[in-house]
Design a protein around this ligand. Structure first.
Ligand code: DC
Length: 219
């Protein structure tokens, strides 16, 4: 078996990374890795305020955690301690908690090792904030998706409405802008495009257009 193929997709909250990662992974018949879900699952498990704990306490919790990945394309299943990570972590609040713990080197070091461990075993479309810059710097295909805050808030709003979940558009805008600021300005592995990443501004593009742009470059 050859070396696993790694495709990275980085970008800010709500830009559509997961949707594109799933589609591209299906196209390539490989799993996709939602690294935001790893941060979210840890944040959810540790609970509110864990970002203020001392490092030893957090490390002790991390020592009991491991991640597994199975399936292909949109059927990829990411598990923590053998339990699939569910929708309970996919709220804006847990996203903010995840962004908070994502500033901590102890968490980032742990997850970088876990993510690289998965990428050593299987081919991946890996999506997150630091996939192309820090975790998989040698990946042959790197993308950075971007879009305006307004457009991302609108997309989230529509997604939530389609799921029958009430949302406040202005509140979504504020939360996304706050998370962007924290993710872009932290000192360890901040959100940014790798020098060799292809940046795609998706503000004026629909999903099919973005997918074609990615697929054509990986083909
Ligand atoms: O992609 P997401 O919204 O599920 O990510 C939740 C938070 O996790 C995000 O605001 C910052 C953090 N994160 C990160 O720091 N690095 C990653 N590779 C993925 C997510």
């Amino acid at each position: 078996m050859g070396k696993p193929l790694i495709v990275t997709i980085d970008g800010p909250a709500g830009v559509g990374k997961s949707t594109m990662a799933k589609q591209l992974a299906r196209h390539l018949s490989i799993p996709y890795l939602d690294t935001g879900a790893m941060f979210r699952a840890i944040a959810w498990k540790l609970g509110e305020g864990a970002w203020d704990w001392d490092e030893a306490r957090i490390q002790a919790e991390l020592d009991d955690m491991d991640f597994g990945l199975s399936g292909v394309g949109e059927d990829s299943v990411l598990s923590m301690n053998s339990t699939p990570i569910g929708n309970e972590v996919r709220t804006e609040q847990v996203g903010m908690w995840a962004s908070n713990i994502a500033t901590l080197p102890v968490i980032r070091t742990f997850l970088k090792t876990a993510q690289q461990g998965l990428g050593n075993q299987v081919s991946l479309v890996a999506e997150g904030r630091d996939m192309g810059t820090v975790v998989f710097p040698n990946a042959p295909y790197k993308f950075f998706l971007d879009a305006s805050v307004d457009e991302r808030a609108n997309r989230r709003f529509k997604q939530l409405s389609d799921m029958g979940k009430p949302a406040d558009l202005n509140e979504l805008k504020e939360l996304i802008a706050k998370r962007d600021h924290q993710d872009r300005n932290r000192s360890v592995a901040p959100l940014m495009a790798a020098d060799d990443a292809i940046t795609i501004d998706t503000t004026e593009m629909n999903k099919a257009q973005v997918f074609t742009a990615l697929k054509d470059r990986v083909a």
